[in-house]
Design a protein around this ligand. Structure first.
Ligand SMILES: [Zn+2]
Length: 238
């Protein structure tokens, strides 16, 4: 492939991105595009019985690496702490530097409304980092400015207030691999607070029904970015 895309997905906790965009990521990765999962925190505080957060952090990073191997994506977990993610200059600059280093074309992240503050922080951090990475007036360790082409939100059960998908992606051929990757996470298979595996299997099925394919995953344009400017009506070229 002469010009592979690079997609960066930015999630609050190890496991979020796999659930939200795992099958979309695998669809691109398996034909030679590059996908990087950037987990802002490990999500280490929802510990299994008898495991402390530091041990669980190590476990979750290992699980993220196993899932990434199955999906064919790269994975990075930052040092920020679960349930303590801040929208501040240091965090925005950190993500902006990663954008300048990795030069992704597009970012995927959480929707803007969530019951979890770390999730809600992610799209604000990504949007601010996208701008900061692109503006030549910001000196970030001498790294060359980089402008991404766009960002999309993705679907997470904790982020559903106002989430109406704009884009349905057929992942029928990737769904089995997606489920296999999900099964690497203890919390997805064993949480007693939410039936993650059942929900996301059913969600892929339901979105697939609406898209008239077997399985689908969805994305949403940032508010105000799903705009076309042209000479004719969309789908009716003159
Ligand atoms: Zn999360």
């Amino acid at each position: 492939m002469t010009n592979p895309y690079h997609i960066i997905a930015v999630g609050a906790h190890c496991g979020d991105l796999e659930l939200q965009v795992g099958s979309i990521a695998h669809k691109y990765a398996k034909v030679g595009h590059r996908v990087t999962f950037l987990h802002m925190t490990a999500g280490e505080k929802g510990t299994p019985p008898g495991v402390d957060p530091e041990e669980y952090r190590v476990q979750k990073i290992k699980e993220s690496e196993e899932a990434a191997d199955i999906l064919g994506v790269e994975t990075i977990t930052l040092e920020y702490r679960d349930a303590e993610l801040k929208i501040d200059d240091d965090t925005i600059s950190h993500v902006a530097k990663i954008i300048r280093e990795l030069k992704p074309d597009v970012a995927l992240t959480h929707w803007v409304n969530s019951m979890h503050p770390d999730h809600e922080a992610c799209p604000q951090i990504v949007e601010a980092a996208w701008l900061k990475a692109a503006l030549p007036g910001f000196d970030l360790d001498g790294l060359e400015p980089h402008g991404m082409r766009g960002m999309f939100h993705s679907e997470n059960w904790e982020d559903m207030e106002g989430y109406e998908p704009d884009v349905f992606i057929d992942v029928s051929d990737e769904f089995d691999t997606y489920l296999k990757a999900l099964s690497k996470y203890w919390f997805i298979m064993n949480s007693t607070s939410f039936r993650y595996y059942d929900y996301y299997q059913a969600l892929g099925t339901m979105r697939g029904c609406l898209a008239r394919v077997k399985y689908a995953q969805t994305l949403k344009y940032p508010t105000g970015m799903n705009v076309r400017k042209g000479a004719d009506i969309p789908k009716l070229p003159l």
